[in-house]
Design a protein around this ligand. Sequence first.
Ligand code: FE2
Length: 288
Amino acid sequence: MNTATLETLQQSRTVERIVEGVATSDGAGVSLTRVLSGKLQHRLDPFLMLDAFGSDDPDDYIAGFPDHPHRGFETITYMLAGRMRHRDSAGHEGLLENGGMQWMIAGRGAIHSEIPQQENGLMEGFQLWLNLPAQNKMTAPWYKDFPSSEIPGYTTGDGVTVRVIAGSSNGVAGAMTREITEPLYLDIHIPAGARFETAIPPSHNAFVYVYRGKVKVGDTQVETRRMGILSNAAEADGVSLAATADARLILVAGKPLNEPIVQYGPFVMNTQEEINQALEDYRNGKLA
Ligand code: FE2
């Protein structure tokens, strides 16, 4: 754990809207909550999807995500609890477990599988999709596993603990830094009665998702399993979060791309022609 130099905010963002995710099933039958999807992709540009999964019933996760393709974006899987094995068509293989994170740049394409390595117990975490700019959508695929010990973090004087998955917060650089979209991804634990602040550039789109307890942003309470979309105001230079009860949440922010988004399932491109090409390449085995 690092010692952070806490930033002083001029003004906090407020909550523009509370979003309740939609319960759904994906892969071979994994139960999850889709918190961010189609309708919010423009508002939360460059983020395309956020799935939250959390269950101690193996029927909800045991089937996993067998072989499937991706093209045109990045996936960030953050595991709070559980074990999942990743394999892809480029020969990569890795085990993702308690507190670890996997960052994949699908680029021009990869076929991969994500299969649980446990038959009981809790499986909990998030998968976030981050868009790639048009100029990088056909880049070579890349991925890296970060075990929990390789995710930087810090603790504040108020006992708030922060894990910096991407970007930087209060002077602490995270496990990943990405150009262009400049994602910030924090896992924050705030004890009851404490407050936490971090800087976010005003033009970046940002949200919080509370997975334990609740937090207050200004006058708005964000309850458990709710996303709070944070307003963009030129004079707001960050966000201030207060916990009335012990709270755990993720905070995600990024610089919008302002490019057309055309999605067909696991392919996210800029035009319909590029989607057709992705489908043709997949059928012809060119994503493998
Ligand atoms: Fe996937």
